[in-house]
Design a protein around this ligand. Structure first.
Ligand code: ADP
Ligand code: MG
Length: 214
């Protein structure tokens, strides 16, 4: 058992966010959340490994929400996911966790569907973009997505993005993000390629790893 507290209220989160977590039935942090959130909320780059179902989404979602200025209507967070299904799941979880804040707009941009609707939605503005690397790169290259206000870049399921051949696209997207951003990399497994990817992306990352369930 970790010695540190597993209460969300021990973290530097807004009271409204802590109350929302309680409403969602999130009474205690999972092990990866307890390991990842303290350094992440200090603004550190993070490499986090824990198995599927361990609550990794909330670990990065609470961090990007803490970094967000809702009054600034510009893309401040970008989450890259390997598949459309995962991007939809992440969007749903980020929206649930963002409920406590005012009008935070989350937009999903993935391949497999025409980009026209996604471009129209982006034109109305977004705080958070969740997407797959190919489509995100495409929208960046065509000028439909601007990342100059970005403060948090998340690579979710980094191992699967490598397996699916997205490494080059992920690196290209990273190169278009402000160098001052915080980068969070989440993965269920830790193949060699992850460290190579991280080395191209991250500044003195803290590594946290949870072997067991919760
Ligand atoms: P992972 O990305 O590690 O596979 P998820 O982020 O999808 O895991 O979380 C798995 C499930 O656990 C989700 O249904 C999520 O709502 C739930 N969950 C996450 N954190 C907590 C928590 N602290 N307390 C209760 N349930 C949680
Ligand atoms: Mg996940």
């Amino acid at each position: 058992m970790p010695a540190e507290s597993t209460a969300f209220s021990s973290l530097p989160l807004s009271p409204a966010t802590v109350a929302n977590l309680q409403r969602l039935g999130y009474t205690e942090m999972t092990a990866i959340q307890a390991a990842a959130l303290p350094p992440a909320l200090l603004g550190k780059d993070l490499i986090a490994q824990a198995k599927t179902g361990s609550g990794k989404t909330a670990a990065f979602a609470l961090t990007l929400l803490a970094n967000l200025n809702a009054r600034r209507f510009a893309v401040q967070s970008l989450v890259l996911c390997p598949t459309r299904e995962l991007a939809d799941q992440v969007t749903a979880e980020v929206r649930r966790l963002a409920r406590a804040e005012d009008n935070i707009k989350v937009v999903t941009v993935t391949g497999g569907v025409p980009s026209r609707g996604q471009i129209a939605t982006l034109e109305h503005g977004a705080h958070i973009v969740v997407g797959t690397p190919g489509r995100v790169l495409d929208l960046l290259d065509r000028g439909n997505l601007q990342l100059d206000a970005l403060n948090t870049l998340v690579l979710d399921e980094a191992d699967r993005m490598l397996d699916m051949g997205f490494a080059d696209d992920v690196v290209k997207v990273g190169m278009q993000c402000p160098s001052t951003r915080q980068t969070l990399l989440f993965s269920a497994t830790f193949p060699d390629g992850i460290m190579k990817l991280a080395a191209r992306f991250m500044r003195d990352p803290v590594t946290v790893k949870v072997e067991s369930q919760h």
